[in-house]
Design a binder for this molecule. Sequence first.
Ligand SMILES: C[S@@+](CC[C@H](N)C(=O)[O-])C[C@H]1O[C@@H](n2cnc3c(N)ncnc32)[C@H](O)[C@@H]1O
Length: 432
Amino acid sequence: MPKPSRETTPPDAPPRAEGSAERNLARTVALLERWDKGVSIRELLDGAPADPALHNAVFTLFRRQAEIDWLLARLTPGRRIRPRLRRILRWGATQVLFADGLASAVVTDVCVGYVRRRYHAGEARFVNAVLRRLAARPAAAWAELVAAEAPEGVKVGLPDPLYRQWCRHLPSIRIAEFAALFRRPAPLIVRLRAGAAPPDEVAHLKPLPAVAWAPGARLFRVVAPGAFFASPAFRRGDYYVQDPATLLAPALMDIQPGECVADLCSAPGGKSVVIAEDLGDRGKLVCMDRTAQRLRRVRENLDRFPNATLCLGDARRPPLRPGCVDALLLDVPCTNTGVLRRRPDAAWRFSNAQLSKLVRLQADILEAAAPLVRPGGRIVYSTCSIEPEENTGQVRSFLERHPEFVLAQEKQLAHGELHDGAFAARIQRVEA
Ligand SMILES: C[S@@+](CC[C@H](N)C(=O)[O-])C[C@H]1O[C@@H](n2cnc3c(N)ncnc32)[C@H](O)[C@@H]1O
């Protein structure tokens, strides 16, 4: 049975009591400690038992971190907050300002008790003082202070490096629009898989209009996730949890049955599934990824396609013969700035250094993979980023280095209410 992807699990946590709040704080802090070591929230939650309250706490914390950090600085002038206390204060501030269900006094007690048990009494007094000051005014008053006095980036809720990057290529009205979208949970959208019977769970699903870049895809918004995931049709594998933007790259591939196709950065397999469906039972699909754990998800997703083979490897050194594929998907690692609703923590990883490093990695993957395509074949290069350096800029510089390829089509999707941001370009190798 396909697993609902964790980042689209709707935040329908019930109100919590103090015991569960303590557990929620401890789990959030444990996740944040690992996040600080470089692991993404998606990886941390993937495979763990579903915990909607934890999901809510962590996602809201990252969505609101710009304001929270600015307010914490206002409340502690001249003082450097230690990272271990900052994690706890961020959780406490998220609960006080942005969550329903827990009284501020309970939040403060939970945080203070945690710090006293784990660290020092002096640090517990500090946390107590900060959270009491925060709780002394209503959340609306703090929101007014942010709107009146915070720097522009904080007002829209973005980390400074990302805000400055967007100022370089987006008008301020777009920045505000995108930032507002990223504060809200993404809708849960599913695609009816090729060959599946027409839907009968009308009560759980609301049909969505077709998207221009994949007009044949039948998409639905899930309105009752619990009932939908328990439904026979979902358990049978008739639906795949899929944001419409992820259909752009497979559509540009224009797969024909019988072709030989490679997807070199394939995990968890969302686009591989569409390609496999387009191939039908003819042709061949090689799905590669560098990470064994993530490749296991591709295996689960492709278990019904005997013509798909999996391969653990580095796309900068693909173990395939030159000229052996008709179509190549390079859905490369990127900054994820088009999918921040689903990965709000990615906003806090963004830096110029990270962007440069990823642009280099993407260029290396393109360079190494291009020879695999036969003359007349095509590469679809794609990202879930809205940064020009990773998208149009990357494609332009590849084409400058490779006159044997021409640009056939490219599209940048900006995110909207019903889909994420994404980029895809189809680059054709000229006939010999
Ligand atoms: C954007 S995700 C791919 C998403 C996937 N195409 C899908 O639709 O589900 C990028 C993937 O590239 C993989 N990756 C990163 N560096 C790689 C490399 N050098 N070689 C192969 N895969 C790599 C990551 O593990 C990650 O799974």
